[in-house]
Design a protein around this ligand. Structure first.
Ligand SMILES: [Fe+2]
Length: 492
């Protein structure tokens, strides 16, 4: 095991205090003991979070002009005591990581989102809330979705305000500097408690669109760049499908209805979903200015979690990219074995394919498959909803551990992919486009994201130049410690 007991204890202030005072070991160490190295990615963070600490530049030169803050969110509570494990990766309590970059320096901090669920379970030191993959205990008080809001999936900053996002409850307001939790956001008085999906879309002018999923009913938020609600409308999509992400062009919303359907929505929610490939993969295309102008298109049955973005050609053809799976394996399995330190090897059914979905102006959808196995597609935010060439994603299936090992950028115009593979000593997370100051072209960007380094037992923040991905990172900062693998982030 790379991370020795001594290394762990001496690498954190908490550990040092434990050695000096002879107190009980911190929960994170207890969870790491006897587990494989990669389990650092599934090890609970300290309940008190991570105090701000400077990361060390261990490789390369920090690009001039790289300044801003990377926020990330992900499950960070996996276990209480010896054998009370989270039932599903999607149900671990959210922790927001903040990496502030300025003057060539990077400072990391992290805080749990102080949700109702987190406060109750921390007090009781056990998992009790019902969730996506968790039955929960009858004793857990539920008066609405926000009582079980895990706030663990993504983050967005709108006009300087930071929000932690889940998919079945409100956005949770947090202080963008201290990560202190403020509470659920009501976009208007009558929308209090309305779900706010974890994959909002931002137009280049700053307007944010997002969905509220409740069975077959889909709400649509339009939020101005200043953070005020501009409109809210409702759509009926006919089936209660699993909708984790969606797509948007300049003119249209594209609600993607995969044939993973659930008419009961009782916890554990995942158990109510059934895969119905005979239903195909349906796309509801809605005019942003007039929701009555809508039409359906259909393509071959696929499961998906994430899109890159969509755009529209002059003749009305819509193109969008997504990581498509043959079946919804991750959602069903929920990483329950990985949370227990068990790796069963790559699952042939859990191979995604970066795919371009092409929807003809008045007809159905066809798929252009790249053969590139990966997920977490990302695009240049200056081109969101507009024609573009590049999609970044996380690729390189590890064999001896869960997760991905590589970062790729695919060029849709040339069909070429540029990749840098870190190898099996790393677990690569989502990488985001950061436009270079003054740059215009998609290549005039950096990619920034975290990589769990199993050799050093740390989380590293890596920066690539999009024009030279295969050359490897241009710089790497190393944290004092590892933090749990997250889902999604934003750059602000
Ligand atoms: Fe997601």
């Amino acid at each position: 095991m790379t991370l020795s007991r001594r290394h762990f204890l001496t690498s954190s202030a908490a550990g040092t205090a434990v050695m000096g005072l002879g107190l009980n070991l911190p929960s994170a160490f207890a969870e790491t003991s006897g587990m494989p190295d990669w389990h650092l990615g599934y090890t609970s963070a300290p309940a008190s979070g991570f105090e701000p600490s400077a990361m060390r530049l261990v490789y390369g030169k920090v690009p001039a002009g790289l300044k801003g803050t990377l926020y990330r969110n992900g499950p960070a509570q996996f276990r209480y005591g010896a054998d009370d494990y989270a039932s599903h990766w999607f149900d671990g309590d959210g922790m927001v990581q903040r990496i502030a970059i300025a003057d060539g320096r990077a400072v990391h901090s992290g805080r749990f989102v102080q949700t109702v669920k987190h406060r109750i379970e921390q007090a009781e030191q056990k998992f009790s809330a019902p969730g996506f993959g968790t039955a929960g205990l009858m004793s857990f008080p539920v008066s609405g979705p926000d009582d079980v809001n895990a706030a663990n999936t993504s983050v967005i900053v709108i006009d300087g305000q930071l929000y932690a996002l889940w998919e079945a409850g409100s956005a949770i307001e947090m202080d963008a500097a201290t990560l202190a939790t403020k509470g659920p956001k009501a976009w208007s008085a009558d929308l209090a408690g309305m779900p706010f999906l974890a994959h909002p879309k931002r137009e280049p002018d700053g307007t944010v669109w997002n969905l509220a999923i409740s069975g077959r009913q889909v709400g649509v938020y339009q939020i101005g760049a200043g953070g005020g609600l501009k409109s809210f409308g409702m759509l009926d999509i006919g089936k209660a499908a699993y909708i984790h992400d969606w797509a948007m062009t300049e003119r249209h919303l594209i609600i993607m209805v995969q044939p993973w359907l659930n008419e009961s929505l009782r916890p554990p929610v995942v158990e109510g979903f059934e895969w119905h490939p005979e239903e195909g993969f349906k796309f509801l295309i809605v005019d942003k200015d007039d929701f009555s102008k809508r039409r359906w298109a259909q393509g071959p049955a696929r499961a998906f979690y994430h899109t890159g973005a969509a755009w529209e050609e002059a003749d009305g053809t819509i193109r969008l990219d997504a990581a498509l799976y043959k079946e919804p394996v991750l959602g069903v399995g929920g990483g329950a074995d990985e949370i227990r330190g068990i790796w069963n090897g790559p699952d042939a059914g859990f191979i995604s394919n970066l795919t371009q979905i092409v929807i003809s102006p008045s007809g159905d959808a066809r798929l252009i498959e790249t053969g590139l196995d990966g997920d977490f597609p990302q695009v240049d935010p200056r081109r969101h909803g507009l024609p573009r060439r590049l999609t970044a994603l996380v690729t390189g299936q590890a064999v001896s551990q869960p997760g991905k090992t590589a970062v790729s950028v695919h060029d849709w115009s040339s069909g070429k992919t540029s990749t840098f593979d870190f190898g099996e000593s790393r677990m690569v997370e989502e990488f985001l486009f950061v436009p270079k100051p003054g740059g215009v072209r998609e290549e005039e960007s950096w990619l920034i994201g975290p990589v769990l380094n199993l050799k050093t037992g740390t989380t590293d923040i890596c920066v690539f130049d999009v024009a030279r991905i295969s050359d490897g990172p241009v710089c790497i900062w190393r944290g004092e410690r590892a933090w749990p693998l997250g889902f999604h982030g934003t750059w602000s």
